[in-house]
Write a protein that binds this ligand. Structure first.
Ligand code: G6P
Length: 610
């Protein structure tokens, strides 16, 4: 949800800013802009569309500036056009500012500032920030002071970087509720919403906390609180490599990330399985494990794909650990005053660790004294830092907006937590060993799905023009039906719904005809026979069936129009395999339709607004 980047140093700022924006484009891509100081004077360029459009419009531009800021936008207030694109400037065009987040009280601030004579150009909430800074600078001639005063007036969330002609050697950075990381280079400093924009230049970083500002020059980075207390915090080392955030020969990040899954699933388990004891070891949970084992209830809160992972988690925890579980949309949980008892445990799941609703759910639970665990991918993210304990999924950077490898790693980690809890609650060692054994086989089984994807291509080609799809599954594969439908919607813009297979009779069956393909997730599990009956019902109405099945199933041969085979595993682990062909199917259909797979319209990877 908007990516921001700033650079101050000895190098030419422009290419560094553009490179950083490209790496963060998954955060928003409806418009982009930069501001640099050319010989002390602000130069600003903004464009509607992708960063490449901005880059093209900057061909031949003066590249002498050594300081600058850049922004890639996902519109919240004001349509995507050049005027609403960032950076925004004050009345005299001396101060430029970029922002990720939402200023909630912008209407009243704007009215106040306009009454004081400030001239607004855009429809954005952001613009009030730069006029507020201007207002306080007028009397203090001190940018740091003006920034702090301005921030004391706003409510909402922000990650901002400010550049001005008044103090031309400095970038001013501030954070509340939107991610911001400082990068320490050799005679250069950077700041960005996301470490992926910095890793090319430095591995030494410092994640700003809410309520902190930073003043960057080419040789220093001073971090302070808004109350002027200097913050001493050691820098951290980035643990991922540049190549992890590049496409590596794949046409799209999403495809690369789908194909990474044998490795990422393995990484999620690495060092965490105790084969001889039939259990798992999760260091991040060690100090809360008793609390978790004795929890009368566990509440999952998450959004999007992570919410689907939570649904699978519910089935796992209830079946094996016998703990009652509820799964909440984080956005609903936060506002409906949920009943939480003191020994309940809340588990938030988030790939990015920055989703605003999930973070708000975490804070809501914590404010009531509830223990909150986080299952996150991004190390050092807000959710990871604010949780009482947690487990990283170690899937590596996920850039494609549609989540794929994070989902299977979330499921793997949920299986590890299930195993740990179940064993502590009396599951026999042999049963634990079987789960460990099956977990270890997963990477190879995923690989085997990739050995032959011709059938998926064929199906994608056949159905690429359809306007609706229905996805059906039961038990552990009901959340997979939801996830399969979400993938298709997100990247191909085909309407798709996921349903529990038996619920089809209570509505969706009315829609079924030859133009409504039905995808059944039907591995040979406890629900197989029932799902077969549901398939019969669809066929009786001339529906066309695509079935995800295990091995060759002769009866399925006669019924399903198309079959995609995935290897068999334990029921609880089946979603990790059955979702893979659905990711590929959505991907192929989107490519056939000429859609922008990595940057689907209107979506963003990290939704940092509520
Ligand atoms: C956005 C992304 C989804 C993601 C969801 C939750 O909608 O496009 O892919 O599942 O946010 O994100 P999180 O980072 O919290 O898992």
């Amino acid at each position: 949800m908007c990516g921001i980047v700033g650079y101050v140093g000895k190098q030419s700022a422009l290419p560094i800013l553009l490179e950083g924006l490209k790496r963060m484009e998954y955060r928003g891509y409806d418009s982009a802009g930069i501001a640099v100081l050319n010989h002390g004077t602000l130069f600003i360029k903004k464009n509607v569309g992708k960063v490449t459009a901005l880059e093209t419009s900057l061909k031949g531009a003066d590249t002498s500036a050594n300081i600058g800021i850049g922004h890639t936008r996902w519109a919240t207030h004001g349509v995507p056009n050049e005027i609403n694109a960032h950076p925004h400037v004050d009345c005299n065009s001396k101060i430029a500012l970029i922002h990720n987040g939402v200023i909630e009280n912008f209407t009243s601030l704007r009215t106040m500032l306009e009454s004081q004579g400030h001239k607004f150009r855009s429809d954005t909430d952001t613009e009030v920030l730069v006029h507020l800074i201007e207002e306080f600078y007028k009397t203090s001639y001190d940018m740091e002071f003006a920034l702090k005063r301005a921030l004391s007036k706003v409510s909402g969330t922000y990650g901002i970087i400010v550049l001005s002609e008044y103090e031309p050697e400095k970038l001013f950075v501030a954070r509340k509720g939107s991610p911001l990381v400082i990068g320490y280079g050799e005679n250069e400093m950077l700041a960005a919403s996301d470490a992926s924009a910095l890793v090319q230049h430095t591995r030494k970083v410092n994640y700003l906390e809410d309520g902190e500002i930073a003043i960057l020059t080419s040789s220093s980075a001073v971090i302070k609180t808004l109350d002027d207390v200097e913050v001493e915090r050691d820098a951290e080392e980035l643990t991922f490599d540049l190549e992890e955030i590049e496409k590596g020969g794949f046409a799209h990040f999403m495809l690369k990330e789908i194909y990474e899954q044998p490795v990422t699933i393995e990484d999620s388990m690495r060092g965490r399985l105790l084969e001889d004891q039939g259990t798992s070891v999760l260091g991040g949970l060690s100090h809360v494990i008793d609390k978790l084992v004795h929890a009368p209830r566990i509440v999952f809160a998450a959004c999007g794909t992570s919410w689907h992972a939570a649904l699978v988690g519910e089935y796992m925890f209830e079946q094996y650990a016998h703990i009652p579980v509820e799964v909440e949309y984080a956005s609903e949980f936060r506002y409906r005053n949920p009943i939480l008892n003191k020994d309940d445990v809340v588990i938030v799941i988030s790939q990015s660790g920055e989703t605003a609703d999930t973070l708000a759910a975490l804070r809501e639970a914590k404010s009531r004294g509830i223990t909150v665990l986080g299952i996150c991918n991004v190390v050092g993210s807000s959710i990871a830092r604010e949780s009482d304990a947690g487990v990283y999924i170690h899937a590596g950077p996920e850039i494609g907006v549609a989540s794929t490898k994070a989902f299977t790693s979330q499921l793997t980690v949920l299986a590890l937590v299930t195993l740990l809890l179940a064993r502590k609650k009396g599951m026999p060692e042999e049963a634990g060993k079987e789960i460990v054994h099956e977990l270890k086989l997963l990477p190879e089984k995923v690989r085997s799905i990739f050995n032959d994807t011709k059938q998926i291509d064929l199906i994608a080609n056949e159905f690429k023009e359809m306007r609706n799809f229905l996805y059906l599954g039961r038990g552990y594969n009901f959340p997979v039906a939801l996830e399969g439908a979400l993938k298709l919607k997100e990247i191909s813009y085909i309407h798709a719904e996921g349903y529990p297979a038996a619920e089809m009779k209570h509505g969706p069956i009315a829609l079924i005809d030859k133009n409504m393909p039905v995808v059944f997730i039907a591995p040979r599990d406890g629900s197989y026979e029932k799902v077969m009956s549901n398939i019969q019902e669809v066929k009786a109405r001339r529906g066309r069936v695509i079935a995800i099945v295990n091995e060759d199933e002769s009866e399925m041969d006669q019924l399903a129009d198309y079959r995609i085979i995935v290897p068999k595993t334990l029921d609880m682990l089946a979603p990790i395999l059955t979702v893979i062909p659905l990711q590929l199917l959505a991907y192929r259909i989107a490519v056939f339709r000429g859609c922008n797979v990595d940057q689907p319209r209107n979506l963003a990877k990290s939704v940092t607004v509520e």
